[in-house]
Design a protein around this ligand. Structure first.
Ligand code: PMP
Length: 406
């Protein structure tokens, strides 16, 4: 049945159900609901946690806390089973079509996950003269480890070539035509990012498979997409999905690497892993349940709409420059929109100062260089990033504070 739109939020029609739905969800975040005096706009750095996640951690620690994968008594066995259930939960969350063939390795976040792929898996794949293609204008967590792998191999007498993944200048998307020119019979691996952590755009990674063909493994940094939009490994046809649980409503110190384990060797993280972050893993299971129950399509619709409202508002304030695709500045633009984050600069006030000024207005944003790789933006900027708990009123509060600085 067609619904009556109640509001146009950032150019996107929002039906009354969605507004009610969001209100109900926001109320489930104690830190957010308890502090209406501030606006937390730094979820791309780390997210806030719903009560269900806090309850799951409390439940785990008060009913059966033990180590996992060792010990034979009841609490130890229950903890081991919980860790295994969380692996299965991650596979389901990612729409894994062959869960029996894939693996999940727990990490502290995306940075550690990408290093595991780079240092524990990639060297086994590569031979002298092989080539890899990696993104140097994304987060440095998705740039540095590949260079470390190159150095590691060089010490063993194996020379590999590392090509920068090319970008289109206007859209900040990857440049598929330039990528096609780079790919050759020695191309063994491509690393990419799903949603860019500065420009907020979906990097259209599904097109990378079309360019590189069926045999080349692709590793996806999904730090800014997991928990914000549906991520399907079947649709994207990637071999690794690396993400931070703490950006997806789970506890700090959580993350995972999902590996398809079909192209190249199986991922077998090296060395003795030691005790896993069991409370964090329990929180990740609860977070993924929460996100699936809330509905990732609706979360995506909501944060796209808020980002469009913010982008549109900023583009009307003369002293501000919005970074990223310039064709998507207006709220009703038909081209790509920013997923949950918008980055900008004032033409004369430093981003650092802007961060402090906004904090004094109760608006928490990230103001720095955003840990970019070597070919990323060289100047600092301000990033406002959102999750499902944020509201149009918070966007307007930010815009009002910025407008006063004109
Ligand atoms: N990749 C991207 C795209 C990110 O946005 C971030 C976090 N800002 C990371 C990697 C690193 O994540 P973590 O700090 O959880 O290791």
């Amino acid at each position: 049945m067609a619904r009556t739109p109640l509001d146009r939020l950032g150019g996107i029609l929002i039906d009354p159900d969605l507004l009610d739905w969001q209100r109900g969800l926001r109320a489930q975040f104690p830190l957010i609901a308890g502090r209406p005096d501030v606006a937390y706009l730094d979820s791309a750095a780390t997210s806030q946690k719903p009560q269900a996640v806090l309850d799951a951690v409390h439940h785990y620690l008060t009913t059966g806390n033990a180590n996992a994968g060792r010990g034979t008594y009841t609490w130890a066995n229950e903890t081991t089973a919980m860790v295994e259930r969380t692996r299965d939960r991650i596979k389901r969350f990612l729409g894994d079509p062959e869960p029996a063939a894939s693996g999940v390795h727990f990490t502290s976040g995306t940075s550690q996950g990408l290093r595991v792929v780079a240092l524990d898996w990639l060297p086994e794949l590569l031979r002298d003269g092989d080539e890899i293609i990696v993104p140097f204008a994304d987060h440095r967590a998705n740039a540095d480890p590949w260079l470390e792998a190159q150095q590691l191999l060089a010490r063993q007498g194996v020379t590999i070539r590392v090509h920068p993944l090319p970008y289109e200048a206007d859209s900040h998307d990857y440049d598929q035509a330039a990528l096609a020119r780079l790919v050759n019979e020695r191309t063994r691996f491509v690393a990419a990012t799903h949603v860019h952590h500065v420009y907020g755009n979906d990097m259209n990674v599904h097109r990378i498979r079309e360019v590189v063909g069926p045999a080349v493994p692709i590793c996806l940094d999904a730090a800014q997409s997991i928990g914000h939009l549906p991520v399907s490994v079947a649709d994207l046809d990637v071999d690794f999905v690396v993400f931070s649980g703490h950006k997806a409503l789970a506890l700090p110190g959580t993350g995972a690497v999902w590996s398809r384990d079909l192209r190249g060797p199986r991922l077998r993280p090296g060395g003795w892993a030691g005790t896993p972050n069991t409370a964090g893993i329990a929180s990740l299971h609860a977070a993924l349940d929460w996100l699936d129950n809330a509905g990732l399509d609706r979360i995506e619709q909501w944060t796209l709409a808020l980002s469009a409202r913010l982008t549109d508002g900023l583009s009307r304030l003369e002293p501000y420059e919005v970074l990223g695709c310039q064709a998507s500045l207006t709220a009703d633009s038909q081209v790509q929109r920013r997923h949950s984050l918008v980055t900008f600069r004032h033409r004369s006030i430093s981003s650092n100062d802007l961060g402090f000024i906004l904090d004094s207005h109760g608006v928490m944003v990230r103001a720095d260089g955003h840990c970019q790789g070597g070919q990323g933006e060289q100047e600092t900027s301000v990033r406002a990033s959102l999750h499902v708990y944020n509201t149009p009123a918070e966007i307007d509060r930010l815009l009002t504070a910025l407008a006063e600085l004109r």
